[in-house]
Design a protein around this ligand. Sequence first.
Ligand SMILES: Cc1cc2nc3c(=O)[nH]c(=O)nc-3n(C[C@H](O)[C@H](O)[C@H](O)COP(=O)(O)OP(=O)(O)OC[C@H]3O[C@@H](n4cnc5c(N)ncnc54)[C@H](O)[C@@H]3O)c2cc1C
Length: 464
Amino acid sequence: MSERLIVVIGGGISGLTVAWRLRELGVRAEVFEADEIVGGLAGTVRPEDGRYCLDFGPHFFITQKPEIVARVDDLLRDSVIKFKRSAQLYVRGRFLDYPLSARNVLFNFPPLDALLSVLAFAYAQVLQFGRMLAGRQRPAADFGEWSGRQFGTHLTNIFFKPYTENFWKLPCDQLAPDVLPASTRLNFMKSLKLLFMRGVKGNVQSLIERELVLPLRYPVRGYGMLAEGVAERVRTQGGTVHVGARVTAVERQPDGRYRVAVQQSGAVRSVIADGVVCTLPVPQLVQMLTPAAPPAVQQAAGKLGYLSLIVLYVVTRKPNLLATSYVYYLGRPYHRLAEMNKFCTTLCPPDENMLAIEFSCHAGDPIWRSSADELLELSMPHLVQDGVLEPAQVEKKFLVRAPNAYPIRYLGYRKNLEVVRTHLEQLPGLALLGRTGEYQYIDSDQCMERAIELAERIAGAAAG
Ligand SMILES: Cc1cc2nc3c(=O)[nH]c(=O)nc-3n(C[C@H](O)[C@H](O)[C@H](O)COP(=O)(O)OP(=O)(O)OC[C@H]3O[C@@H](n4cnc5c(N)ncnc54)[C@H](O)[C@@H]3O)c2cc1C
């Protein structure tokens, strides 16, 4: 057993998995989580003594990595169901398959839109292919241009641009071309195959493809069971996971170790760590560091930020609220609806169902400050109009909030992130990890992979 202690800030799936692997490799690990529950974005809140299981936006687990599948199956055993995801886009009063299919665009769209969409898409793809052949590719300047190249101008103007602006609450020309996660982007040939044949063969890399061919796993008492299972493993292997423990300062000591200040139950205590893994929002880490980061680094960190999420769960006895598990909306105050019984029927009492209504917002804005009643009032006319729910069918409602749900890829964010990372990477023994900590738009399976790799590097460095 190594005597070195690694302090992990944040008990989301990344922080817990790094601690789990460190313990397996014989390294001491202590996790500090500010919230009262573990799991972070992948956690589940269970009000009314666990009668309801509420994720921070409905999640499912999907991966191709055998090691991760084996770990997840071992953790959850028979507490997991497998299902196929189905989703739709609601555009111009019509429902389209997601991902888009050519048949759907041709037959479910108003005829003129269908024609223009297909022609513009084909033109965009030919242009892209031509540029590639001529060696004249140049990166798109912003998301609007990227989307036009990828999907064609018509679909961009009627769906992707307005949807993106409504989701991020920012104009497309302020968003970087890679504002969508890399895992949802497809290359030319794969886009065509998906669009026309729904064909996914060979090396399946994008999330869109993976969702079409791989089973999705969902734990029967909410997605948080996964993180809770990992926390349990950390503890049974001799590690510690503290909840309600907020880290407030990280101070580098003259001997190279770190003093980590933790606020818990009204008291502040210090832990001396040989290494620190940070999964909390990176601008917050910069603010809590001593010695303080240079002004240029603090300025760059101040230009990074996260989009927040509020999920309103409406409990109803109405079955079959939606045709698919998710529907993405345009022209509504929310951007996505999900029917929880289409994920798993054990998240609420047997004769009930839940509609998850997702609102993206910026922390502190009017949506963020709204109550459950106000958000329901805002949504109800649209839910009635779309035939989803009537006011009399609402039994009760719950709200969950995630202040740091999505790292925002502002135009030029890369430069600011680079400045911050370069400074932090010079600090020996301090590592950034995860979606929130690394400012990467990644999913929980990728968080687990990175956590395992990081633990192995830390343990290897200690052994070496
Ligand atoms: C709406 C939505 C849907 C998603 N759907 C899926 C999906 O279907 N499948 C999937 O695999 N992934 C999905 N994801 C992504 C997945 O949730 C994340 O990739 C993953 O949960 C990130 O984990 P993390 O540990 O890196 O970060 P986080 O979960 O953000 O963990 C950071 C932790 O640090 C804690 N913390 C912050 N400040 C402090 C402090 N000062 N002291 C101590 N602790 C602190 C936070 O409370 C938090 O628990 C989704 C994300 C969202 C927002």
